[in-house]
Design a protein around this ligand. Structure first.
Ligand code: UDP
Ligand code: MG
Length: 331
């Protein structure tokens, strides 16, 4: 090191430089939210200003076809906005990643674009963040607004998910959360393509705490997470966070093999003692169908994992950016 070099070069943080980093980066994934996005942006901006934090808002438009991107960027003169438009609908998980990768703030807030999650909770969440929690996530206080079948399936899913998972994934947690920069960077460093963010949020660790929220009805439009999409997400979650569905077949196979040996002994004994007994059609057909079904199912499970391994091996990016908008400096 030469004596003439400026000292600040060797400090971890050059203190003399004015800090351009906003306190908060809001990451908002949006898919066909033209009826909500402006309202959401205004609400978020107003709340951040009220709380006295500098901020930027990043809208990740997940291939909307209703002018969500244009509606968002129209507010750019009033709001420190970055908008990124994905080339098609890649799913909320990828949209969140696209938004995260563009965030610069000291902390990142992920929230939905439909105003279901009350912005007023932010004050509470930031208070916990200021206490030293690196992740503060919102959990639904209840699921009373959902049907019995959906509640039952969700419970079942979380049970299956936590059965083999190395890190507990909190039930009813929302993607709505405040995260320290460190956490956002850790998430961005994960190279996998099959993203199940709720799992990855807990996988990266850090000091976390939950804040209960009361979900409101959507401001406008309808939920994009129908049964099929939720089912797909659930499969991604299970296959990327557990391997018991793969391994359980060894146990089932051993169990069935054991039972068959015992049964074959019984048949031999029976034949020796009571002679040959031809009937047994029902037993044989049931066994054949049952075992056939079991085998196909186990191959299906292997297929699920294999398809995800295949997706990883192809190494395609998780999303493609079609267009990007950056409105100057943070407020
Ligand atoms: N979303 C997205 N891509 C999708 C589906 C949803 O970016 O493919 C966004 C959506 O615009 C919203 C958030 O994810 O901001 C949550 O979606 P939604 O409100 O439909 O889900 P729900 O609240 O019913 O779980
Ligand atoms: Mg919603």
């Amino acid at each position: 090191m030469s004596i003439s070099e400026p000292l600040s070069l060797h400090l971890p943080h050059p203190v003399a430089v004015p800090d351009p980093v906003p306190d908060l980066s809001f990451v908002i994934p949006a898919y066909n939210e033209a009826g909500n996005i402006q309202e959401t942006l205004r609400a978020v901006a107003a709340e951040a200003t009220r709380l006295g934090r500098t901020y930027e808002i990043i809208v990740a438009d997940d291939g909307s076809t209703d002018g969500t991107y244009e509606a968002a960027t129209a507010l750019a003169p009033q709001i420190p906005l970055t908008a990124v438009r994905l080339s098609r609908n890649f799913g909320k998980e990828q949209a969140m990643c696209a938004g995260l990768s563009r965030s610069t703030g000291a902390a990142v807030v992920i929230m939905d674009a439909d105003l279901q999650e009350p912005v007023s909770t932010l004050e509470d969440m930031l208070a916990r963040y200021d206490e030293g929690y690196e992740v503060v996530f919102a959990v639904r206080a209840h699921r009373q607004d959902e049907g019995t079948i959906k509640r039952f399936l969700t419970r079942g899913f979380y049970k299956l998910l936590t059965m083999g998972s190395e890190c507990p994934i909190p039930e009813n947690a929302r993607d709505y959360r405040v995260m320290d920069r460190k956490v956002a960077d850790a998430l961005l460093s994960l190279p996998e393509r099959n993203k199940f963010m709720k799992g990855l949020f807990s996988w990266v660790g850090f000091r976390s705490c939950a804040v209960p929220i009361e979900l409101k009805p959507r401001h406008s439009g309808h939920s994009k997470f129908g049964f099929r999409r939720l089912f797909r997400l659930a499969l991604t979650g299970l296959t990327s966070f557990t391997d018991w569905p793969l391994r359980i077949w060894t146990v089932i196979g051993l169990g069935i093999a054991g039972l068959s040996i015992a049964y074959s002994f019984w048949i031999v004994l029976k034949t020796l003692i009571w002679g040959v007994d031809v009937p047994g059609f029902a037993t044989i057909t049931t066994a054949v169908f049952f075992l056939g079904g079991l085998q196909i199912m186990s191959i299906g499970v292997i297929g699920e994992y294999l398809s995800r391994v295949f997706a990883e091996v192809k190494q395609r990016p998780g999303y493609i950016v079609a267009e990007e908008f950056r409105a100057g400096e943070a407020s």
